[in-house]
Design a protein around this ligand. Structure first.
Ligand SMILES: [Zn+2]
Length: 138
């Protein structure tokens, strides 16, 4: 993650790049799982035959696309849980960055500056992801 600056992470929008960075650097996974809804993976659109176990068209067992940690609150919660079980110094950086991220966004949109613990009123999945990346960056 050396190539990314603090500002680049701080300002990174929700999306596949942020999701992949979080998967690799926070959750430390590189093989993603398909999420089948019915017979279609909602991420890569491969099709499965539940009777044969075969995945069409190429029988690829891992998904090419990470989960949507930066927009899906249930997925983002996994990121949050991973970080809050790390060392105190990492947790401390995480909560500081979380507050800065939410405050920066609320200030931009004309709302009052947000102090802890009100930060949790306005927190979004992408904030968890960016704060987690900044916390583990050292
Ligand atoms: Zn898939």
């Amino acid at each position: 993650m050396k190539e990314l600056t603090r500002d680049e992470i701080f300002n990174m929008p929700a999306g596949i790049e942020l999701n992949a960075l979080v998967a690799g650097n926070v959750l430390q996974i590189s093989d993603y799982e398909h999420i089948f809804h019915g017979e279609i993976c909602i991420k890569c659109h491969r099709e499965t035959d539940f009777h044969s176990g075969r995945i069409y068209p190429d029988n690829k067992r891992t998904c090419d696309i990470p989960d949507d940690y930066s927009a899906d609150i249930a997925a983002a919660w996994l990121v949050h849980q991973m970080v809050v079980h790390k060392l105190f110094s990492v947790r401390q950086r995480y909560f500081e960055e979380l507050q800065k991220l939410v405050s920066a966004e609320c200030t931009e949109s004309g709302k009052t500056v947000i102090a802890y613990p009100d930060v949790f009123i306005f927190v979004k999945p992408s904030h968890f992801c960016r704060a987690a990346l900044l916390a583990v960056k050292e």
